[in-house]
Design a protein. Sequence first.
Length: 251
Amino acid sequence: MCDLGLLDRIVACTKHCVDLCPEVADGPGLIVSDSWSAQAEQILAARPDLVLASVPYQIEAVSEILKAGVRFLGLAPRTLADIYTDIAAIAGIMGAAERGEAVIAGMQRCIEEVRERAAGASVVKVFCEEWGNPIIVSEPWVAELVKAAGGEFIAVPGKSTTADEIAAAQPDVILAAWCGAGDRVPLEKVVEQRQWQELPAARSRRVFCISDEFLNTPATTLLGGLNAIAWALHPERFEQPAGIRQIETSI
């Protein structure tokens, strides 16, 4: 909605939306503390024509939305193509189809520019996780961004894995973007607890935390994540952007 220039159409959102898009707090809309705890009465109080929601879902929350009797668009993207389709769908519903096409084209152009800059560089083996306990591998769209930045994604996207399985793959770079953790992943502790001290990534200090919203939000914010990944993989070709933190010491 922000990229489409339609923030003024939002009558309510969650506090997590405000974390990602602070300017929405400047509008007249209601701020619901958490989508999972929102009640039908809260939704009705905002008088929306449409509720937009995305994964992860909680059955009770979806039930409350449907109970409110409001049109409901539920999204569950996995790939970049899914994200483009969702942007187009939202833009179409909002009567801004051309702006949606422009947003999608802009994302595709930025990704292709990174792909071209990374072309010819040595391929780096990369592990990226979106949760730490249990270890959950980042979504397929993150694997696509890693490939665009000149990396080889070594795990099955979106699935759980173990520390031993990752150690066996010997990643050159480890990236952590835990859902809801912002940039606060304890990198040193993670390496120590999983006994990853001898992995190539740990020995060379190529263990990074990327801000949660840059990899886990299916929107144009992924371009920030792509820039972070590109620098982590090929610092000789890319500048260090905001939103990425490197492990401080060798373990």
